[in-house]
Design a protein around this ligand. Structure first.
Ligand code: AMP
Length: 396
């Protein structure tokens, strides 16, 4: 099945072909015809499956007829993080380049006045994080009763981040006669309850997680030989040394370095800088303009190493990322999948290194359980970069 069999317009097909996509992904094949027919969707899929295009492409065609009215957006897309919202907005630019659609991005950390001005003119698509949308709504900046299509993306992440009450409030402000597209990587009972409340006779689509232990990603686990539970700062120091050793040995074009705590994001970044590396940070406490600027520099290869937290980096789409480093083993096994999935995308190859110590055993077991595989263990040898090398202890 090709894109032209899905019922999309010539304009959208041309934009898709310009983007270099030859075939629709499984979720696109299943969802697009149903969205075009006006049906609700319950999509169990995560980033990397092509789910964003599965709702943006048909939405562009639906929006092509009709016009936006001042302060009354025609469609609303809710995203858990600013970065995901910005990425969805980019998708509308890419796929909607042959259509004249207007959009507004309502996310925290950017000027409310500017956002209100755009809304005043009328927008076809409103892409927002829940909290900021409610702030703006409470100020009387918009009316939501003309929303014909609602997209709730990454619902399980909204739950993790405590956004569900905001999402419920927003949905209560919408007209009941609408089309709802609901996506979540997992379906815990709380998410299922919401889906039941928001959707009417949805088409249920479940796609397999993108191959995480894909042949495209060469994974490595490095056990740090630290035993003293009371000396956690010693552990972190040993990890920083190991990280530099690996970076020195590998040919790193660009890398994301994930830490579990914001504090460590700063410490690791400062340590890398002190040792002459070109690094920067990305975490949830940064202002939105600062986050956008850092991402733009990273994408333009002006920054090589980006030390980040999970929230800030979730779903980031970076072409050609050579490495992912897990400075800490993630607390949630799913996050391991998201983290390493930033590399090895679209047929490219990537390498990941996870730094762990013996107390991480339970977390590692949980990761092995969901990936269905063990991360190959490697050992660092020697302490100076010249003598350093990686010894493979268990074959992949
Ligand atoms: P998503 O799951 O929406 O985060 O998309 C993951 C990545 O796949 C993005 O980089 C998209 O640009 C890309 N993508 C989406 N649809 C296709 C397709 N049909 N063929 C190739 N790449 C795609």
């Amino acid at each position: 099945m090709s894109f032209s069999d899905l019922g999309l317009s010539e304009e959208v097909l041309k934009a898709v072909s310009d983007a270099g996509y030859s075939d629709p992904t499984p979720i696109q094949k299943s969802a697009i015809p149903h969205v075009l027919m006006g049906r609700d969707i319950l999509g169990c899929a995560q980033t990397g499956t092509g789910k964003t295009a599965s709702f943006t492409l048909p939405m562009i065609d639906i929006l092509a007829s009709g016009r936006a009215r001042a302060r009354m957006p025609r469609t609303l897309i809710l995203e858990p993080t600013r970065e995901l919202a910005a990425q969805v907005a980019e998708n509308f630019d890419t796929y909607g380049k042959y259509n004249k659609l207007t959009k507004a991005l309502i996310i925290g950390g950017t000027s409310m006045d500017e956002q209100t001005r755009v809304l005043d003119k009328g927008v076809d698509v409103l892409i927002a994080t829940p909290g900021r949308l409610l702030d703006l709504f409470d100020r009387g900046g918009m009316l939501l009763n003309d929303v014909k299509i609602l997209v709730i993306d990454e619902a399980d992440r909204m739950l993790d981040m405590g956004f569900i009450p905001d999402v419920e409030k927003i949905v209560s402000l919408l007209n009941k006669i609408r089309q709802t597209l609901f996506f979540s990587a997992t379906m815990p009972p709380e998410i299922k309850r919401l889906a039941d409340a928001f959707l009417i006779n949805p088409k249920e689509i479940t796609v397999a997680r993108p191959a995480t232990t894909s042949k495209n990603i060469e994974q490595h686990l490095v056990m740090i030989p630290h035993t003293n539970k009371r000396d956690l700062s010693g552990l972190q120091k040993a990890k920083r040394d190991a990280l530099r050793q690996i970076i020195g040995q590998e040919t790193v074009k660009n890398a994301l370095i994930f830490c579990n705590r914001k504090r460590d994001v700063e410490i690791v970044h400062k340590s890398l800088q002190k040792h002459g590396y070109n690094s920067a940070t990305l975490h949830g406490d940064m202002s939105q303009p600062a986050r956008m600027e850092t991402m733009a520099k990273f994408k333009a290869d002006e920054i090589a190493l980006l030390v980040c937290s999970d929230v800030a980096a979730r779903g980031l789409d970076i072409d050609d990322l050579s490495h992912v480093f897990n400075f800490d083993v993630p607390m949630h096994a799913e996050d391991y999948v998201h983290r390493i999935g930033r590399t090895g995308r679209a047929g490219k190859t990537g390498r990941s290194f996870t730094l762990a110590w013996r107390e991480d055993e339970k977390l590692l077991d949980a990761i092995n359980k969901i990936t269905g595989d063990e991360i190959p263990l490697v050992k660092l040898r020697g302490s100076s970069m010249t003598t350093f090398d990686i010894v493979v202890l268990s074959a992949p």
